[in-house]
Write a protein that binds this ligand. Structure first.
Ligand code: IPD
Length: 272
């Protein structure tokens, strides 16, 4: 199967744009919770399911040999060695409440079997933020781009400021025990930085690093679909993205920032 990152990027943008239009234009005035997952606050709406089904259908039509890993309906193995990793609505809690920060995240990775961030190669990705009219995309080795009504521009991350001047973003999982740990980290870090944002959408946190809208982002407890596409956007923009110890980023830890700030932040987090 064709594995050209540029063409895969174009397809990721196409399907994420279609799903972004569906969830944005179809958002009812009151969004109902259809089900809960890992905890009572980890919710699914009918639109999460509809968006994932649309993405799955479009990708199956375009590339029937590829596998699929989606937040809502799980893993469907393929035969091509490529798997699409999809969050149909990243920022579901924002979507539920009518906050405007949510996105559709579509990435394609090369992996043996079920995609594992420790060993996969992310080839292309797109993060579509329909409320902002912004499309973030990247192809491996070909850079990262932000496209909006004014056109497209390449993304380039600077070295990063001193920690004391840094605007950080982070996120919290749905598990109460983990949140207590995350609160302790925030208590330690907050007096040492410019400020902290909790945007509520991991994929957009990573794109925000790529665009310099925040200086850094860290989180523990992410799922592969939360960060696969955003990871590539940040990486291709020149950010350093690793786990807390400097190894491959994954659910156990992700820290993204410019090359000077990233190791300083990891040391301050002291989670490695
Ligand atoms: C969540 C968001 C949130 C992050 C959580 C994720 P979801 O994804 O990205 O910002 O802090 O860890 O689970 O559930 O909205 O797809």
């Amino acid at each position: 199967a064709d594995a050209d990152p540029g063409r895969l990027r174009a397809l990721a943008v196409e399907v994420a744009t279609a799903a972004g239009a569906l969830v944005h234009d179809g958002r009812p005035d009151r969004v109902e919770v259809a089900a809960t997952k890992s905890s009572p606050t980890d919710v699914v709406t009918a639109m999460d399911t509809a968006s994932e089904q649309l993405v799955r259908r479009l990708l199956r039509a375009a590339r029937p040999q590829d596998g699929f890993l989606g937040e809502e309906e799980g893993h469907e193995p393929g035969t091509s060695g490529l798997t699409w990793v999809v969050d149909p609505i990243d920022g579901t809690v924002n979507y539920l409440y009518g906050l405007r920060s949510y996105a559709v995240s579509v990435a394609v990775v090369r992996s043996q079997g079920r995609p594992d961030p420790a060993t996969w190669t992310v080839l292309a990705g797109a993060v579509v933020d329909p409320s902002a009219g912004e499309t973030w995309s990247a192809a491996r080795g070909a850079g990262a781009t932000l496209t909006d009504a004014r056109g497209s521009r390449p993304l380039r991350v600077g070295p990063g400021p001193d920690l004391g001047q840094a605007l950080l973003a982070t996120g919290f999982g749905y598990d109460a025990g983990r949140r207590a740990e995350q609160a302790a980290v925030v208590a330690r870090l907050l007096p040492r930085v410019r400020d902290l944002r909790r945007i509520g959408t991991a994929s957009l946190d990573l794109c925000s690093v790529a665009a310099g809208r925040v200086d850094a982002y860290y989180e523990r407890g992410l799922n592969p679909w939360d960060f696969a596409a955003g990871w590539l956007v940040a990486h291709e923009a020149g950010a350093v993205v690793t786990d807390f110890a400097g190894g491959p980023a994954g659910g156990h830890g992700l820290v993204a920032a410019g090359p000077d700030l990233q190791p300083v932040l990891r040391e301050a987090l002291d989670l490695g």
